[in-house]
Design a protein around this ligand. Structure first.
Ligand SMILES: C[S@@+](CC[C@H](N)C(=O)[O-])C[C@H]1O[C@@H](n2cnc3c(N)ncnc32)[C@H](O)[C@@H]1O
Length: 461
């Protein structure tokens, strides 16, 4: 047995090393995921994220083990896996142990200060693209007024966790298309700077309105550090899927140029390539264009990950799509664009699934100043606004309360990488979530095996 990816040391510390009850019967842990391909035999403990490689015999022993005595485990040379809890006593309650790890990790992470560390702000819900799949379809286009922007500056001054310290709060600009309301973003940023609030920002954008002049302002006034830019496949797919209001001005080529401007300004860019079964097979052209524009020109700050459309995640075809996505990462390597890969996999124990279960530290602010807790912007998740604070305390408490783990999730191998939040409360449904996680993990483990420092990417929420 050989460790090919180290586990999270804090979690390993909490679960501790197992002592060896001699008279117990042992079984494989629910959190042990096995995968073999060709002559490679691997196991991952999802509780700690450690990945190990095994011999064929060790792998067979683990795959077949049921109610095994310690003697037999010793004979198979796998005593270390009892210590590390890949193998556990039959009576061992892993869900209870998982909950212990969760609560201890939460306490360890608890911020000493009250207030928000992150604000996600929608300066507008209007957008110059009309993506056929968008979860915001049908939303009324609203743009923030100057008065609301000024009140928002006051609100951030009153509520941020780092008031009076040197630490920066984080602002994410979201929309609609946030760059369509650049003047509002600039107004808020200037207002904050004038009041001495330290902040850095990120933006989620389609990139079509970004010019070299604006990149300068984004760096100097917005203090922009990271851009997530949505891209929808190769040129023809992109142009049809985005369906820009003014396609002569805003299109695939405009956006490729914008990515170059951002890279030249040394801003970190993560391209989120939205895919489904229709566009994934034609992805080579996009990869080649990105290679020409980025890799070949020595532009180093851009990465790409593939995100299945929510509609595909909810459907039965997700397994086929996930395999095609894995193939697309392989194609990036084969076509010489491997350095652009940002492979999305949770490589650590997941305490919070997303911002919706970190309401203590994060808030989403709509153009009219109302609050939401979820980037998918469900209508019924608004509990207050920047003018009046909490207006619906009952809803606020309900949304903030930790959710019960779904019965099905309690026995899932991938629970530590997912959190129970997803199943019970998330508007993004994954029909075959365990298979989805398995396919992602199989691929990630082989990547871990081939290169022990495979990069961690964004999670396609
Ligand atoms: C709603 S957009 C708003 C920000 C900006 N206009 C943009 O294009 O990135 C935010 C992100 O949600 C993604 N998105 C919207 N609808 C989606 C869906 N049905 N499935 C997956 N991603 C979706 C978009 O691709 C984009 O990356």
């Amino acid at each position: 047995m050989k460790i090919i990816k180290k586990g999270t040391s804090s979690v390993e510390g909490i679960i501790g090393k197992n002592s060896f009850p001699q008279d117990a019967s042992y079984r494989l842990s629910n959190f042990c995921f096995l995968h073999s391909k060709d002559d490679i035999y691997l196991a991952k403990l999802t509780l700690t994220s450690e990945v190990i490689s095994l011999t064929k015999e060790e792998y067979s022993f683990l795959s077949e083990m049921k109610s095994v005595r310690l003697d037999d485990i010793e004979k198979a040379g796998l005593t270390e896996l009892v210590k590390k809890r890949y193998i556990v006593e039959e009576s061992y309650d892993e869900f209870v142990r998982y909950q212990d790890v969760l609560s201890i990790t939460k306490v360890m992470q608890k911020k000493p200060r009250k207030g928000y560390a992150k604000y996600t702000i929608l300066p507008t819900t209007g957008c110059n693209a009309r993506c056929f799949y968008c979860f915001e379809q049908g939303m009324v286009a609203q743009t923030m007024s100057d008065e609301t922007a000024d009140r928002l500056v006051d609100y951030i001054c009153e509520t941020n966790a780092y008031n009076g310290t040197d630490k920066e709060i984080h602002i994410d600009w979201f929309g609609g298309e946030p760059t369509a309301s650049r003047s509002i973003v600039t107004r808020i940023c200037k207002g904050l700077s004038d009041r001495g609030v330290k902040f850095r920002s990120g933006i989620v954008t389609n990139g079509s309105l970004i010019t070299p002049e604006y990149v300068e302002k984004m760096k100097s006034v917005w203090n922009l550090k990271k851009v997530q830019l949505s891209i929808d496949g190769s040129r023809d797919d992109y142009n049809v899927r985005k369906a820009y209001v003014n396609p002569a001005l805003h299109n695939y080529d405009t956006v490729l140029k914008a990515i170059g401007y951002l890279a030249d300004a040394d801003i970190r860019v993560v391209l989120r390539c939205n895919v489904d079964i229709e566009n994934i097979d034609r992805i080579d052209d996009l990869i080649l264009d990105l290679k020409r524009e980025l890799t070949d020109k020595g532009r180093k700050t851009v990465r790409l990950y593939f995100a299945p459309l929510h509609q595909s995640m909810a459907g039965d075809g997700i397994e086929v799509l996930m395999r095609k996505i894995n193939k697309a990462y392989d194609r990036m390597e084969e076509l010489g664009a491997g350095e652009l890969i940002s492979f999305p996999i949770s490589n650590t124990f997941k305490v919070n699934f997303c911002m919706a279960d970190t309401m203590d530290t994060n808030v989403i602010i709509m153009p009219d100043g109302s609050f939401n807790n979820c980037e998918n912007l469900p209508d019924n998740h608004c509990w207050g606004n920047i003018f009046d604070g909490v207006t619906d305390p009952e809803l606020y408490d309900r949304l903030k309360r930790p959710t019960e783990t779904d019965e099905e999730c309690r026995h899932c191998t991938f629970l530590p990488e997912c959190t129970s939040y997803r199943k019970t409360s998330c508007p993004v449904t994954i029909s075959h979530c365990a298979r989805y996680e398995a396919i992602r993990n199989e691929y990630a483990m082989i990547r871990n095996y081939n290169s022990s420092d495979a990069e961690e990417g964004e999670d396609p929420c």
